[in-house]
Design a protein around this ligand. Sequence first.
Ligand code: FRU
Length: 717
Amino acid sequence: MPQGAAVVRMLLALGLLAGAAHAADDIVIADFEGEGYGDWKAEGEAFGPGPARGTLPSQMEVSGFEGKGLVNSFYKGDATTGTLTSPEFKIERRFINFLIGGGMHPDETCINLLVDGKVVRTATGPNDKPGGTERLDGHSWDVGDLAGKTARLQIVDKHTGGWGHINIDQIVQSDRRSGTVETVQDLRIEKDYIVFEMGARQGPRTQVNLVIDGKTVRSTVGSSSEKPCWFTWDVSALKGKSGQLRIAEMPGPDGSCPVRASCTQSDQSKGIVMIVDQLYRETYRPQFHFTPARNWTNDPNGCVFYKGEYHLFFQHNPTGIDWGNMTWGHAVSPDLVHWKQLEHAIHPDKLGTIFSGSAVVDWNNTAGFQTGDEKVIVCIYTSAGDPFTQSIAYSGDRGRTFTKYEKNPVLGHIVGGNRDPKVLWHAPTKKWVMALYLDKNDYALFESPDLKAWTKLCDVVVPGAGECPDFFELPVDGDTKNTRWVFWAANNSYLLGTFDGKTFTKESGPHPSNWGGNCYAAQTWSDVPPADGRRLQIAWMSGGKYPGMPFNQQMSFPTELALRTTPEGIRLTKKPAREIEKVHAKKHAWADKPLKPGENLLAGLEGELFDIRAEIEVGKAAEVGFVLRGQKAAYDVAKKTVSCLGHTAPLAPVEGRIRLQILLDRTSIEVYGNDGLISLPTCFLPDLANRELGVYAEGGEARIRSLEVFALKSAWE
Ligand code: FRU
């Protein structure tokens, strides 16, 4: 950046250049690929009997580690503690490089380098609040000043609450700093555009960020595409301001930083223009998934249908891009696709911030809140104060304004962080039933005649799960005389059983119902009219990335749930709600066509938004699938699995055929198999230079029985 670039501060790059001159071979301290920890010493329980093989039960998907094994102290959940200590080794290289993820609790979830028993370097994971990511990222210590010293590494997990775990992998002594190099450059904005070139397999750890007054106002993330590509930021509105350009990139073998070298201020745009300041048109704004106009969201709350409107309340930080100040945001839709955000519905008060919960229509005015003809919507939520209790608020104007009940809370503190009440009307016994999360893997059911006085009915345990229950009845194979109750937990596992109005009796489970990377805290809509009769659900696609955007996090596309008898027993199925058709645009269809290796029926089809529906006879192929903007949704015929964005689900062909439905939006791919038997909803950051679609077979010929590709319109149009 020639003009106005006062100071160029090369942070980490200096170390890299110093080491690059005469690099000796790397020394692997530990890769955690063995069965046990070898000569490392584990104390306490947190680290389990040996390295984890990826994700542990009820953990969000762990990614970014190398090989199959890693240190993952989520063994038996966050409550366990312990230490894992290496044997002594000599510091023989300039850097110690490793991969790290998990909790950001200094001294409590960390890796320490000890010399003479003293901590000389330490690092934590990146997370300290709900949401976040279980991805491991590269970290490097410059240990040049410690050359020749004898040292130990100690991995520590002393934290028992949220994000009370640490993940580590691939600890290597090296003369080269691994991973990305970050440079920070001061600048004054003098022209209309900033342009730079990225790509060439730089991958998503490459980022260019513009920070002004401590805020990231522009951000572009690298992709794995082969070709480098020019990007433009329109910074005309920021002219005259000073800030920093922060560039993280993978250096070339000679230590050069090509992204930084390409970056200039210009009077002209070049390549892809990043949009950040046109509401709902932003480069990384989902176009048919719900996102708040601005700021953070997590769980869907209070899903209820009343008078032609689906209400979606959501955990919201009204003033920040990250989790905090929990408030119920509010949106309504006539069709589950086109959402209109309303005024925030429920604000924090002296009982606490407003955590997750549910909403119902009080048709019989059991609570006595109804004054006119309009039925009352009652929201039941957690007052997250000290301690956590359960409260209610009501609206007599179709959810446009809410009044908190003056005698809140309606259910006092029971244990721990008890929260997330889900309330339903139990018609046979004419009363309200609440499913509530208590603590650990414990939940309970309560009953009430009026939504105000609650009495405990029974306990429910969902092994491996916590938070955000849901509880509903569904017919098996559409037979309304043969029903089961589903007890649902935030991590998408569920129990099946019966409920007599007093006791939930488990028949089977927990069963998994999600194989994707971003799906949590799903809730179903209450009061969907019987004539419709569907059980509709929406989930938080927890952990997506939206760099430089005015909002953070997105919801899943709503799904329809059902119970189906399978060879393994009764299972829950989940498929996109038919309202996706509301955004269907041009349709392309094929039937009964051979799918030969090397051929692509979809060549020439380009776009960002698609609904793809396919029935494929796998035939002699080893792999069949789709390529969506460079990302594969692949069916492995021998393994009988479908994979997308690093996540895999089992899927057996039926009479030699598989059925797939794929929803592609700007920042997510949702893959459904065999009419909702499996689902893989996962977030991604698209390669902005690639808008291609492909369908392929490898290793032999397959046959397309039917293929429909619907280009989609934006729901914000
Ligand atoms: C789940 C959760 C809930 C809680 C809410 C707070 O993601 O932790 O248990 O009510 O988020 O935002």
